[in-house]
Structure formats: structure tokens, C-alpha cells
Design a binder for this molecule. Structure first.
Ligand code: ZN
Length: 279
């Protein structure tokens, strides 16, 4: 891994993919069971344009379900220099049958993008069997594990390393795990997303700053809907879910990029010295 580097990562999905509310219930009640259209294309493009304006590289973990619905997303991402990686197919599906998961990943490779090297499991839904499968399918690294204190029914893997390491499997096979940044020592999360909007810019800045010192890198994460000014105003959804989304978060993201402008922002593949995606 290249020292003192920053990894800007984007999970390309829609506002209703968050697990802060019961998605089918909300869609049934407010949208007559039809999944609403969102501005994910516009906000993905806005993120690309923002990163390009600072001349920094980012990694986009694309959800298959969203890319299928909005083919423009892949047109945008294929026409720029950022890395395209996989965020699975469905976001909130609990795969009772592993074969369904495998078929969905093959569908991503066949229909969305065949050269993805990186994987990020939606909702931290990884397992040893799923890791083995993505490794067999040619993925080189995973970036799903958050080595933080366990947050009940959310995430946390306190005993995991805060630096990249190999997940080893039978037959000498290994997948590189590139963990997300957490506040060192006390292991609190917050390098983006909900924490960036609710706890604030300074919290995320410190997670990145101290991670750089302790682990040699910082990894930030964001979702396109977090910079959208058009998220729905649904009264049953708790205020913190969409708190500070829109311009405020986009501006704070720019501030974060400017704060770390002395560091190199790399795609994860570049940071791991993997070959560039073929386009
Ligand atoms: Zn996600």
C-alpha cells in the first residue's frame, strides 16, 4: 500500500437503500409499492465532477440493481478515470440461499461491469463463503470490514486489523481486505456517511487525520443521495436519516478534500498496485 494516501469511496445506491427504516413498508405506504425515481444519476455525476475539479481519483462501488435501472451511471463512470467496483446487486436482500447471491454477482459481471477488482458488501453482509466466491470470480480486494467497536445490529469488527491484510482461504488463495478507517485506539467509526452528516465535518476529519498517522492511509465514504437536495420528506423517517443531506454535505466534502490536499488521493486498485481496469 502507498503510504500517506487517501481513498475516497462512493457507494452508488439510492436513498431507500439505507437500512435506517423498513424499506418495503415505506415504499408500499408512500409510493403505492412502486420504487420511486431518484436523482442518483445527477448526484453521481456531481461527485465525479467534484473529484475531477480537484484532480483526485476515487473508487465507486456500484450497486447492480441501481446500475440496471439507470444505465447512464455506467456511461458516466466508464468515461472517467475513477475506479469502478462492485457493491453487490440488491442492497437489502438477505440471501437465504447462497446460490442466489452467486447468480446476482455473475449478473453484475455479465450485465454491468466485468472488470471490477474491488467489492464492498451492502449492509456489511459478508461471510466466509461469499468471500471465497468473489475471490473465485476474480475480485482482488474487499473493502467492507469496519474495525471499530461493535455497534449492535449495525456493524463493527473490533478485533480486525486497521491496516490492509490478507483473508486466506484453502488452496493458498487470498483476498486483500482493505478496511475502512476508524479512530485509532478507541476504535470509533465515522470516516463518512451518517457520522459525517450527524456528528460533523470535524469528526470525520479527525478519523482521517489520526488514521493517516496510525495506519498510513485514510478511507472516506459517501453516498450520492447524501449530496442530494431532493430526498423525500417522509414524516415516519427519523430526522437524523437525511440530516444535512444536500449542499451542506457537498460543501463539507469539498472542505475535507481541501484539508487533505497535501496527500495523494488514489483509487484502491492504484493504492494496492493492481492493474488498471480495462475500459
Ligand atoms: Zn450501501
Amino acid at each position: 500500500m502507498i503510504e500517506n494516501s487517501i481513498y475516497m469511496t462512493v457507494d452508488v445506491e439510492e436513498w431507500f437503500h439505507t437500512n435506517w427504516f423498513n424499506v418495503p413498508e415505506v415504499i408500499d405506504e408512500h409510493y403505492d409499492s412502486v420504487y420511486p425515481k431518484s436523482d442518483v444519476v445527477k448526484t453521481t455525476k456531481q461527485l465525479v465532477d467534484t473529484f475531477d475539479s480537484y484532480d483526485i481519483n476515487a473508487t465507486f462501488f456500484v450497486l447492480g440493481e441501481t446500475a440496471e435501472r439507470y444505465p447512464e451511471i455506467m456511461e458516466i463512470l466508464k468515461s472517467c478515470e475513477h475506479e469502478i467496483a462492485c457493491h453487490g446487486w440488491y442492497h437489502n436482500k438477505k440471501y437465504d440461499n447462497i446460490e442466489d447471491f452467486k447468480n446476482d454477482i455473475l449478473k453484475f459481471k455479465n450485465e454491468i461491469y466485468s472488470d471490477a477488482k474491488g467489492f464492498r458488501f451492502p449492509n456489511f453482509s459478508y461471510s466466509s463463503e461469499k468471500f471465497k466466491f468473489i475471490l473465485k470470480e476474480g475480485f482482488k480486494y474487499d473493502s467492507s470490514i469496519v474495525p471499530c467497536l461493535n455497534i449492535p445490529s449495525w456493524y463493527g469488527s473490533y478485533k480486525s486489523s486497521t491496516k490492509p491484510y490478507n483473508l486466506n482461504f484453502d488452496g493458498g488463495l487470498s483476498l486483500t481486505e482493505f478496511p475502512m478507517s476508524v479512530l485509532p485506539y478507541i476504535r470509533l467509526p465515522g470516516a463518512g456517511g451518517w457520522f459525517f452528516r450527524n456528528v460533523g465535518y470535524h469528526w470525520t476529519k479527525n478519523v482521517v487525520k489520526y488514521s493517516l498517522k496510525k495506519t498510513g492511509y485514510g478511507m472516506i465514504y459517501i453516498h450520492p443521495w447524501e449530496i442530494s437536495d431532493s430526498n423525500p420528506d417522509i414524516k415516519d423517517i427519523k430526522f437524523h436519516v437525511f440530516r444535512n443531506t444536500g449542499h451542506k454535505t457537498l460543501n463539507n466534502l469539498k472542505k475535507l478534500i481541501e484539508t487533505f490536499s497535501g496527500n495523494e488521493f488514489l483509487t484502491i486498485s492504484d493504492g494496492l498496485n493492481l492493474e488498471r481496469n480495462a475500459r
